[in-house]
Design a protein around this ligand. Structure first.
Ligand code: ADP
Ligand code: MG
Length: 688
């Protein structure tokens, strides 16, 4: 390891120190910082400003646009005596000028802020200018003395007890780590080729920029670093899976599988199974994505691939994002495969230690050929006898590194990924690397599209009757309520709503409740009862969004539908229309604006997930897609892949150049980068 690399590692150690060791910090404050997601000095330095207040070019008061946030510079020429309007309202006013025009500062209740204002002193004001051209006012502005030293002020996300000032002080302390070491993680040639400033300059100027130009230079460097690290990690993972040999399989027949299924596979399903078989017989391991709309029957494809692996004497691991889904897949796999002599096991986090131990023993001995589970499956203590195939369902909900972890378990197993999220191609390449793709275009025969109606809350009673019609015919239904966050009040809402329904309109039916905060065992019990039709109507939050399969459910009502994205609504709606019965979906909104109507109309007119997601992207922009973290990429701090496309491209080119010369980042000049890649991907793992 060369000098810079060693220093970098030292520095990283310095940066990995908890913030509480910073001067002026201590336990109590560091506790507050944790609320901002900041535990280490590194976290602090990478807690970037949301935006900046640029005091270098204030607007003239006479030119200040009304109704917008402005920065003004001027002096106080007159302070008007306070006016006490009510017991709890005192209004302070002062006249402020910059010689282009006057403006009245209005301050409510804060006598302290008002007293601090000194006549004939220069100040900056930040706030919204209101009134008219003749009488301008600025209400409760932020006030800064004009002789302050930093003319560009960062504005951070704060939390109670942590002020901008405090954050800036800590930032200052944190940056001192850089005084002890000189280091630069990027190879020189990369910095030169892409005209990047040093990391030290970047971090100093993102937090304490001299001017906006310096700030841009700084952020470009930090965005580059982030996107470079990300792409290095992705490329290395891809490389790893490409190089290794995999469990090469023999092309044995699985006709008995086709024969024992309760239905005939669609052409798309058959094609996808055959794609898998061909891949698994090849030299390098399979790396395939099966993309199919909700209800297209991806699980049967998974079962086919798993059976093929079984016939080749290999085990299959099937990972699902939730426990409910895992146990459902477990049942499906058992149903499809146990008649063929395949033993399937379920392994989830909520099982007792004893149960887990037993299952793990069976996995290790090879007794179980198919293992279905949540990510508990990837835990280090699970040892496979001969893992040949890893299947991940709805993988955009997993972190990439989880996939990588499991891949390391076997002898480079084949990988199959199932996803219902239609991702635009450019993004798919980023997320899935170079996966091969099989698309299930058609739905199984005999499916009738779900009729979808968007209505306002006025029709709620009628909607309830509509549900009853379905229930009276022996079918089942869902009512989905959104939760903005899983706060107590939201949860209470869902609970009390369920209670109200079960004691009121639906008192003659059995009503169940399902939400994300329930214990896994309780969730499972409810799902089980719903499946067995002990529950007629399930009131639920969006936990049912992913992959629940109860063909007898034919009606879904979604409350506050306007709060969901279209793709999510489409996924939700995919829970009905899974059997031979005609199904309906009612979207209720109490907020029928034109925009909402336009969006919901798309759903009632289309059942094509790809088209819906495209419309969704158009309406909401790709920022949302990347914002939602559903893609499984590590969380980015500063880069925005939908906006920083130029940097994305140049960093991608740099990543490829770097790896072309040093496949595993083993050269000295790349030692720091390797560390960064590990950090980015590890950090994300611990977040999950
Ligand atoms: P998804 O692609 O959304 O995961 P599933 O695998 O859960 O879809 O399948 C949805 C439903 O369709 C299940 O009840 C499944 O048994 C059924 N199914 C799958 N393939 C077929 C087929 N070829 N013909 C009829 N029904 C099918
Ligand atoms: Mg599914």
């Amino acid at each position: 390891m060369n000098q810079t690399a060693r220093e970098w590692i030292c520095l990283l150690k310095d940066l990995e120190k908890p913030v509480k060791y910073l001067k002026g910090m201590g336990e109590k404050r560091s506790g507050l910082y944790e609320k901002l997601g900041i535990t280490t000095v590194y976290d602090l330095l990478y807690h970037f400003p949301r935006y900046y207040l640029d005091f270098t070019c204030p607007v003239q008061i006479s030119q200040a646009p009304l109704g917008e946030n402005c920065i003004l510079r001027g002096r106080v020429v007159k302070k008007i005596p306070a006016a006490r309007i009510r017991r709890d309202l005192t209004v302070y006013k002062a006249v402020f000028t910059d010689d282009s025009a006057d403006i009245t500062i209005i301050i409510y209740n804060s006598g302290y802020a008002f007293d601090k204002l000194q006549l004939d002193c220069e100040y900056f004001l930040v706030g919204k200018v209101t009134g008219n051209m003749l009488r301008r006012e600025i209400n409760s502005p932020q006030i800064f003395p004009a002789d302050m030293c930093d003319l560009v002020q960062p504005v951070y996300h704060l939390t109670e007890g942590v002020s901008q000032l405090l954050l800036r002080q800590s930032m200052h302390e944190a940056l001192k780590a850089f005084d002890r070491f000189i280091y630069e993680p990027l190879p020189k040639w990369v910095m030169q080729k892409y005209k990047l400033c040093s990391l030290e300059y970047a971090l100093k100027n993102i937090h304490f920029p001299q001017d906006m130009h310096a700030c841009e230079i700084a952020s470009e460097r930090l965005i580059f670093d982030e996107l470079l690290t990300l792409q290095l990690g992705m490329l290395m993972m891809k490389e790893r899976s490409r190089l290794s040999s995999g469990c090469r399989m023999k092309d044995v027949s699985i006709d008995d599988f086709y024969g024992s299924l309760p239905f005939t596979l669609t052409n798309g399903q058959l094609g996808a199974v055959n794609d898998c078989i061909k891949d698994m017989c090849g030299e390098s391991p399979m790396n395939r994505l099966v993309q199919g709309d909700v209800g297209s029957g991806k699980t049967a494809v998974a079962a086919g691939a798993a059976y093929f692996a079984f016939k080749n004497g290999c085990q299959t691991a099937l990972m699902a994002p939730t426990e409910i889904l895992a146990s459902q897949h477990y049942e499906t796999m058992t149903e499809f495969l146990s008649p063929l002599g395949v033993k399937t096991a379920l392994l989830t986090g909520s099982m007792t230690a004893k149960q887990k131990k037993l299952v793990k023993e069976g996995i290790e001995s090879g007794e179980y050929s198919v293992v279905v589970g949540t990510h508990a499956l990837v835990q280090k203590s699970t040892v496979f006898n001969k893992l040949g195939l890893v299947i991940t369902d709805e993988q955009h909900r997993f972190g990439v590194e989880q996939r990588a972890l499991l891949a390391e378990k076997g002898e480079d197993p084949h990988k199959l990924v199932m996803s219902a999220t239609p991702i635009p191609r450019t993004l798919a390449l980023m997320i899935y690397g170079d996966l091969d793709i099989s698309v299930l275009k058609e739905l199984p025969k005999g499916r009738q599209p779900v009729s979808t109606y968007a209505v306002t809350g006025k029709l709620r009673e009628r909607t309830y009757n509509f549900i009853k019609q379905h229930l009276d015919e022996g079918r089942q239904g869902y009512i989905v309520c959104p939760m903005i966050d899983e706060s107590d009040s939201d949860l209470r809402d869902v609970k009390s709503y369920a209670k109200k329904l079960s004691e009121g309109v639906f008192k003659d039916y059995s009503v169940g409740l399902l939400h994300g905060k329930m214990l896994p065992a309780a969730k499972e019990k409810v799902m089980e009862e719903f499946k067995e039709h002990k529950i007629d109507l399930l009131v639920s939050t969006t936990v049912i969004e992913v992959g629940i399969d109860v063909p007898n459910a034919t009606i879904m009502v979604i409350e506050n539908a306007d709060r969901f994205g279209l793709s999510q609504l489409h996924q939700l709606r995919g829970r009905v229309g899974r059997g031979q019965f005609k199904s309906d979906c009612v979207l209720i909104t109490d907020n029928p604006t034109d925009e909402v109507k336009q969006r919901l109309k798309i759903l009632s007119s289309s059942s094509d997930g790809f088209r819906i997601s495209e419309e969704d992207l158009k309406l909401r922009g790709p920022g949302d897609f990347f914002g939602s973290r559903q893609h499984g990429l590590p969380k980015l701090k500063i880069a925005d892949m939908s906006r920083n496309t130029d940097v994305l491209r140049s960093a991608g080119a740099a990543a490829r150049d770097i790896l072309a010369a040093d496949r595993k980042l083993e050269k000295r000049e790349n030692a720091c980068l390797k560390e960064l890649v590990n950090m980015l991907f590890e950090k994300n793992l611990s977040d999950n």
